[in-house]
Ligand binder design. Structure first.
Ligand code: SDX
Length: 430
């Protein structure tokens, strides 16, 4: 017999609600019949306590700092896997065998070019346009080129649409960077690995050969794996909501990119480095900034700290903190921002304000320092987050369409505005 929750309402109604149990014994009260049976709705700004779906893609345990993709711990995937293998795992639910992986990698490689007409779209952007707005516009524009992109077709042809998105997002990102620095676009090269191809498109110039550093390639692979999915975060929920109206997968992912851009979400990695830069330029002292972060009247927040789910160390941040050290040492980079970050972390983690609110460093706290070390400019940091997150968004979008319980997302509200009143001609208004 399934568990139930008993609800007694002030007007005497009584309702028994099914309680669902997740894989790790998490509990959920199914309120899908609540309004129909009682007329009541629930209210939960920011969905802090509200699940929107049952999902089998990613498991987070925020209290214990656990992250798993399809049951595989992020620590193992970061150490053993590749980004395209993780992408396949997220989208298809199982690790690929040799043939499946070969075919997936091959298909992605063959779709890295964008339609030549799309090159001219870049002429319309100003040179200092933020690359996230370019990325979202171009990804959305892809749906103008593919018949498989329309609504239902984009679900049936998700294999080819996924390969296009995962491949072309790197080309569009690199072209946006080249546009910002006034250098010629470098086209994709099918014989290069996914990460090597991206780095080549970003940093190669016609005037000289580009020497790929394997350390940088491996670091990028790791960064993309760590960003690949994160259950129902703001941008993944956006992709699901937009897709629930039968908008195509390109439009849904383009919406996710714009949600990710926000400084409270993926835009935090850029904000972290700008914050560290500000502290550095201000002499490197951190106590003033810790106090500002604790002052509820100040707008200032310790960017890269705090998370809706993690109330313990973000496991990705733990991995990145080690990678940070290793990469900067290997590349001989001595970045004063790392020292400031470590000081901030140490001080905040022993301060009651942060301890009481369970505010720990998240992956964004370290990614910016690593991106700087491998030559990625600060306005491309959130683009790098998006590159990693594309397979996760696709997996969430696919799962939503395959879920028989899913329907168009249309939340309710509690109306607190004016009661009915009659229109007054302007002559009678004071
Ligand atoms: C990502 O959801 C995901 O999974 C996201 C992500 C992913 O992989 O997709 O993990 C990626 O977005 C990571 C988070 C990046 N954002 C930042 O680093 C921005 C700084 N952090 C925050 O603004 C904040 O912590 C949020 C937005 C991340 C979470 O906010 P919540 O859960 O809505 O919590 P809250 O804003 O209500 O904060 C609770 C308390 C408040 O104080 P009180 O009102 O209780 O006194 O903690 C305080 C906040 O003022 N607080 C901070 C703080 N974060 C929260 N105080 C100072 N500095 C901070 N960074």
């Amino acid at each position: 017999m399934s568990a139930i929750a008993k609800l007694s309402l002030p007007d005497g109604q009584y309702l028994e609600l099914p309680v669902l149990t997740g894989t790790a014994n998490e509990k959920a009260i199914d309120i899908s019949k609540l309004r129909k049976k009682t007329g009541y709705i629930t209210l939960d700004p920011g969905f802090v306590n509200t699940g929107t779906c049952e999902s089998a893609i990613t498991f987070l345990d925020g209290e214990n700092g656990i992250l798993q993709f399809r049951g595989y711990p992020i620590e193992q995937l970061a150490a053993e896997s590749t980004f395209l293998e993780v992408a396949y795992l997220l989208i298809h639910g199982e690790l690929p065998d040799k043939t499946q992986l070969y075919n997936f990698v091959e298909r992605v490689s063959l779709h890295a070019m964008i339609h030549e007409d799309m090159r001219h779209f870049f002429d319309g952007f100003s040179q200092n346009a933020h690359p996230m707005v370019i990325l979202s516009s171009m990804i959305s524009s892809l749906s103008a080129y593919y018949v498989e992109a329309s609504g239902k077709a984009s679900i049936e042809d998700l294999e080819i649409n996924s390969a296009r998105l995962i491949a072309k997002v790197t080309t569009i990102a690199a072209f946006a960077y080249k546009k910002s620095v006034g250098q010629p676009f470098v086209y994709p090269r099918d014989e290069l690995s996914y990460c090597a191809n991206f780095l080549n498109m970003m940093f190669a110039v016609p005037a000289e050969p580009y020497e790929l550093d394997p350390e940088i390639e491996r670091t990028l692979e790791l960064l993309l794996i760590l960003h690949a999915d994160h259950e129902q975060n703001c941008s993944a929920s956006t992709v699901r909501v937009v897709g629930s109206s039968m908008a195509n997968v390109y439009a849904s992912v383009a919406s996710g990119i714009l949600a990710l851009w926000g400084p409270l979400h993926g835009g935090a990695n850029q904000q972290v480095v700008q914050m560290l830069q500000q502290i550095h330029e201000d002499g490197g002292g951190i106590s003033k900034y810790i106090e500002m972060a604790k002052n509820q009247n100040s707008e200032f927040r310790l960017m890269g700290f705090g998370h809706r789910v993690y109330k313990n160390f973000d496991p990705r941040a733990k991995i990145l903190k080690v990678v940070c050290d290793r990469v900067l040492n290997k590349l001989g980079v001595n970045d004063p921002l790392l020292e400031i970050a470590l000081k901030l972390e140490k001080t905040a983690l022993s301060d009651d304000y942060f301890i009481e609110r369970k505010l720990y460093p998240t992956l964004d706290f370290y990614t910016g320092i690593i991106y700087r070390a491998i030559g990625i400019p600060v306005n491309m940091f959130t683009v790098m987050f998006a590159l990693g997150r594309v397979p996760g968004w696709i997996a969430q979008w696919k799962e939503m369409h395959e879920d028989p319980k899913q329907k168009i997302a249309r939340p309710r509200q509690l109306y607190v505005g004016q009661s009915e009143r009659s229109y007054k001609p302007i002559a009678e208004r004071l």
